[in-house]
Design a protein around this ligand. Structure first.
Ligand code: HEM
Ligand SMILES: *[C@@H]1O[C@H](CO)[C@@H](O)[C@H](O)[C@H]1NC(C)=O
Ligand SMILES: *[C@@H]1O[C@H](CO)[C@@H](O)[C@H](O)[C@H]1NC(C)=O
Ligand SMILES: CC(=O)N[C@H]1CO[C@H](CO)[C@@H](O)[C@@H]1O
Length: 346
């Protein structure tokens, strides 16, 4: 585990040299996120975000789960560029209208933080950084680890529902891991990040296929504890597509109980349950189940890494004034040869 995550530390001198010359040649591609990026441009930025999270968490401690999932979905579609926040318009659907978006929550918290940040330092702090910082702050409040969040992300200029291609809950561990590997994350990091399912909810439509006639057998999924099957059947029968806790024991606490629950056949999503039995993940699951300190450390490291996926930096993208909408394009006026003025809107 630790070995896999520290691979990059074994970089040799010669590859460092190559990397260094590359950096000189293409500063934009490799521009970096930095700790406390807003130190000069908006010194209270991180404090302001933390305060908003604190207030929202006091009203609704499940906000941690909403933000974690929002951050994951943002980073896995086009990179951590806040593209997930863009509202659809009448002629342009956005990521929000794609299937898996369903039920992503926490938008109001981001809007409130943005409102206060625009009042304190207009057009300085990106929505992408707000999501990343707010997620970290909310994880701490729920009992989870603190971890590094370097900043300096910029907001993307594209939000396209056709690009939303997230793993589904009934996919196998190996097949879901391909999505992670394509983003530069490892299978082990996926196992660790799925520990986020220690908080929050799943709607019944995401797992009801496990409760009866699983894969045409006429029986529930044998990998689920029959006591849990009965309980979930009852919960899911009450209302239209209700939601249940992903961690059936310490539901609102950010801890390693998720791994202990799946080892007791008490995982709700099929993929969560398979982490405990699949040869590719079961050993790590048993380590994380018995070692909360290792879970905290690995989770923090994997979150810092996820927060770098496809981040826009430098002059790329923009700093949105309103997280739900792209900034209005400046109108460009150019004089034609005939001397009259043409308005170009794009
Ligand atoms: C293979 C990868 C993953 C799959 C298939 C998956 C699937 C799901 C599904 C189906 C739900 C239920 C959504 C609902 O009913 O509203 C869910 C919820 C959730 N997911 Fe994941 N997820 C994955 C990875 C992650 C990662 C990497 C994170 C964060 C680091 C994450 C954090 C959460 C959280 C916190 C919730 C609860 C959301 C809430 O209460 O609103 N998931 N996930
Ligand atoms: C619930 O979690 C607590 C704390 O980790 C543990 O002591 C207890 O055995 C768990 N109960 C069940 C039913 O899993
Ligand atoms: C975006 O949509 C949400 C919910 O549909 C709404 O509350 C918000 O005001 C919208 N924001 C903008 C900038 O249109
Ligand atoms: C908030 C939002 O736009 N949700 C959309 C998510 O995707 C579903 C299915 O495509 C839409 O029906 C929702 O409106």
């Amino acid at each position: 585990m630790t070995k896999m995550m520290n691979n990059n530390k074994s970089t040799t001198h010669s590859s460092l040299l190559i990397l260094f010359s590359f950096l000189l040649l293409s500063p934009c591609v490799f521009a970096q996120l930095t700790p406390n990026f807003y130190k000069v441009s908006c010194p209270n930025a991180e404090k302001i975000v933390k305060q908003v999270v604190k207030e929202e968490f006091a009203k609704d401690p499940t906000i941690t789960a909403g933000l974690l999932r929002m951050h994951f979905h943002d980073c896995f579609v086009r990179g951590c560029d806040a593209s997930i926040l863009i509202n659809s318009t009448s002629n342009k659907p956005s990521e929000k209208t794609a299937g898996p978006n369903l039920t992503v929550r926490g938008y109001e918290l981001i809007d409130e933080a943005k409102r206060r940040l625009e009042a304190a330092c207009p057009s300085k702090v990106s929505c992408a950084d707000i999501i990343t910082l707010a997620t970290r702050d909310s994880v701490i409040l729920a009992g989870g680890p603190n971890y590094a969040v370097p900043t300096g992300r910029r907001d993307g200029l594209v939000s396209n529902p056709d690009e939303v291609d997230l793993p589904g809950p009934s996919q196998s561990v190996t097949s879901a891991s391909e999505t992670f590997i394509a983003k530069g994350m490892t299978l082990n990091e996926m196992v660790v990040l799925l520990g986020a399912h220690t908080v929050g909810f799943a709607h019944c439509n995401f797992f009801s296929n496990r409760l009866s006639n699983f894969q045409g057998t006429g029986q529930p999924d044998p990998a689920m504890d029959p006591v849990l099957v009965t309980k979930l059947k009852t919960l899911c029968a009450a209302g239209s597509n209700p939601k249940v806790f992903l961690d059936q024991n310490t539901s609102n606490v950010f801890d390693n109980e998720f791994y202990r629950q799946i080892r007791l056949k008490r995982g709700v999503l099929k993929i969560d349950q398979e982490l405990a039995s699949d040869a590719a993940s079961s050993r790590l699951v048993s380590t994380l189940a018995s070692n909360p300190v290792q879970f905290s450390r690995s989770f923090g490291n994997a979150m810092t890494k996820m927060g770098r996926i496809g981040a826009l930096v430098g002059k790329a993208g923009e700093i949105r004034k309103n997280c739900a909408a792209f900034n209005p394009r400046p109108k460009i006026y150019i004089s034609s040869i005939l001397g009259d003025v043409e308005k170009i809107t794009e």
